[in-house]
Design a protein around this ligand. Sequence first.
Ligand code: DAH
Length: 358
Amino acid sequence: MSDIATLQNQILAAIGAADTPDALEAVRIDALGKQGSVSALLKTLGQMSPEERQVQGPAINGLREAVTNGIATKKAELETAILNQRLATERLDMTLPAPEAPHGTVHPVSQVMDELAEIFADMGFAVAEGPEIEDDWHNFSALNIPDTHPARAMHDTFYFPRSGEEQRMLLRTHTSPVQIRTMMAQEPPIRIIAPGRVYRSDSDATHTPMFHQIEGLVIDKGIHLGHLKWTLETFLKAFFERDDVVLRLRPSYFPFTEPSVEVDVGYSVVKGKRVIGGSEGWMEVLGSGMVHRKVIEACGLDPDIWQGFAFGTGVDRLAMLKYGMDDLRAFFDGDNRWLRHYGFDALDVPTLSGGVGA
Ligand code: DAH
């Protein structure tokens, strides 16, 4: 038998005898490692004459291949044996209590926005969105608030520096521009709500430079104030989850509605606290009205055919009224203690059990 064949038999026997991954690795290093026996033979190829190499080359390479394959096969065998051994002996105790993983809470603003979307979805309203960086026209002019209008001063607007002749860009001061964008983008009939962030340069216990509003818009034929009242009443009853919610509509003024109404909701005083329901006192909750003809016209629709109503209110304020928080600034401080106290369990959020009654 040639030397190569003898060496091969020896190494394959050693592989066969290796009964642990470490023993196998030792055999591998002995044969294929830098100083290994097979590596030494491979090195001799360099010094051989071409004729000799033609004979020895295939034999030595064949040896290397046989050893490499032998090791791979044995390695897989050993690994399977180890796994089988573990499967046969290890037991997982599924009855052990799992350590509780900390989890966050749903912010009251997110919770209330979800509730609002749910209530209005029941009434056939879709959710619309618009940009927070808005232009002058959508935020003011199209809503019948021309340049000289005093309402512009009331909005404490954050303007961007003017660039050239382009119209001034700003951070939207209300969600009402979404009314304009929706009317320009889709054909009536329209029923949308638009929740989102709005910005005003204002800060105290009840005002933050960023806060949340929700806008509502209905455009159809023959829409009148009665539809508005029913919609708001149905919404507020579902939101506060009480049937005794009483509304008071007061004449008011908004440039983009005519007539305009401010809506108050009645409260009772229970143990010194105001509770929504009854009519011992009144709290203003939203602004609304019939969409002004000029606004409908600005969006390219004929106000003699299409009418509608709109409303807008603060989401943060609704959250404060429903869940009893009194400092708006805490909403945006990111204080974990506040969030744990007022936030909602993400896996167990309260749902509006009643929904919108038929
Ligand atoms: N945009 C008004 C504000 O920010 C709120 C508002 C009032 C919206 C009347 C409306 C509306 O759609 O009809 O104060």
